[in-house]
Write a protein that binds this ligand. Structure first.
Ligand code: SF4
Length: 424
């Protein structure tokens, strides 16, 4: 692997938090008092709980399963002290990023928390930090590597921390799909748009083909821009974010959307279907947000009459349609913070974040939208032993698990990221 070829960071970037397009369904959310707030109740375990908690492995879908060094035992009572000591010894040379979906045991050592794009920008804004320890998943560390300077190294404490959604769109599949569009005679009028939650390879593809990256906060603006450049959009890899944005925010109908299945010949679509579509959605989804169902929404409404249902746009269309409010993780956090005491919220996003919000706002009734646990299994792979190990390796002068995007891919991906930063 070679080191990144990215330019020094741009500290004057637009603030995606200001760009957040949190959406409110017609009828509005109920923010009035809902009576005394009961204590937070954990959703129940499922047979998948161990895997969801980051134990066990799935080598077919993750980027690696073995830690190359000696991990401290999870039972070591000195782990917190060891992490604190290593971090203090490293001083400003290390900067620890913590994604909102990370465990509390890891978040306590984060210098900053946020969503994937905010964290990449935070890393880029700290050129003095020689090492960026990214407590998130692989595509996030890649984006941070692309946006940080050549002298900085991004570290992922566990290489098994991939993203099942990002893994659903592989570059050879996307190259093949583009040939299908060319055969249908529409490649020239299609603009590719990829969600931040995609590999550097896919961002590079999109950059090579004149497209743009988007986040869950700015997806509408990215699509508006794309439709100024061409007639149709090919949206990767999250079908739900693409569909929800196109239908709920841009006035398209479900019939304007077609689903390209990379596991079927020609995506399972005819040339005419491709020519008639306004937006071609890649068949990918988030395995965490995809678990919420219309039944979850109906059930919580029956149990808690004045509840406000607040969900992430990675949820399925019928779930988003039934919700009161829709928005990114940053939007969800701000909405809960601004809510009046006593109000009730059923939140459809990753469990670590919902649980943390419940702890931080005991005056509000905050519940998880589903009755069963719904962690991001790969996010949960970053635990305290891995964090301690990666920090102590740095103290010892060794860099464990560096994430480096090859210079050519990084340059193309940077173009698509810069186009996002330039969105009005
Ligand atoms: S929550 Fe979903 S999109 Fe986010 S890292 Fe996990 S699998 Fe990927």
């Amino acid at each position: 692997m070679t080191s990144t070829s990215t330019e020094p960071q741009d500290t004057g970037r637009q603030d995606t938090e200001r760009q957040d397009l949190g959406r409110q369904r017609s009828g509005g959310a109920s923010t009035g008092a809902a009576g005394p707030a009961p204590a937070w109740a954990e959703p129940s375990d499922t047979p998948l709980a161990l895997l969801l908690l980051g134990q066990g492995s799935d080598p077919a879908s993750e980027r690696g399963v073995d830690c190359p060094g000696e991990l401290p035992a999870a039972s070591d009572p000195g782990l917190v002290a060891r992490a604190a000591a290593a971090k203090a010894a490293l001083g400003d040379s290390v900067f620890v990023l913590g994604h909102h979906y990370q465990r509390d045991e890891v978040i306590q050592f984060a210098d900053v928390t946020g969503d994937s794009f905010k964290l990449a920008r935070e890393a880029a804004a700290r050129p003095q930090a020689e090492h960026i320890v990214f407590c998130g998943v692989h595509f996030m560390a890649e984006s941070a590597d692309i946006l940080t300077g050549d002298a900085q190294t991004v570290i992922l404490p566990d290489l098994a921390a991939g993203c099942s959604m990002a893994d659903m769109a592989a570059l050879p599949q996307v190259e093949t799909a583009w040939e299908v569009l060319a055969d249908a005679g529409i490649a020239d009028v299609v603009v590719p748009v990829t969600y931040m939650n995609s590999s550097a390879d896919i961002k590079g593809f999109v950059g090579r083909h004149g497209g743009v990256v988007c986040t869950s906060s700015n997806a509408k603006r990215a699509l508006d821009w794309a439709y100024e450049q061409g007639e149709k959009v090919f949206f990767f890899p999250d079908q739900h974010l693409g569909r929800n944005t196109a239908v709920l925010e841009m006035g398209f109908t479900l019939d304007d959307c077609v689903l390209y299945d990379p596991h079927k010949p020609a995506g399972g679509l005819t040339a005419q279907q491709l020519r008639d579509a306004k937006i071609i959605l890649w068949r990918g989804h988030c395995s965490v947000h995809g678990r919420f169902s219309l039944d979850s929404v109906n059930d919580v409404r029956a149990r808690v009459p004045e509840v406000n249902v607040l969900v992430h746009p990675e949820c399925r269309h019928e779930v988003v349609n039934a919700a009161d409010l829709i928005g990114s993780t940053e939007f969800i956090i701000r909405t809960v913070e601004a809510a009046p005491g006593g109000s009730a919220w059923a939140i459809g996003t990753e469990l670590n974040l919902v649980r943390r919000l419940a702890k931080a706002h005991p005056d509000k009734q905050i519940m998880f939208l589903d009755k069963t646990v719904c962690y991001c299994s790969t996010m949960n792979r970053i635990d305290l032993p891995h964090l301690v190990w990666s920090l102590e390796e740095l103290v010892a002068g060794r860099v464990a698990n560096p994430i480096r995007v090859d210079p050519q891919t990084a340059a193309h991906a940077r173009r698509a990221l810069d186009q996002m930063l330039a969105l009005p």
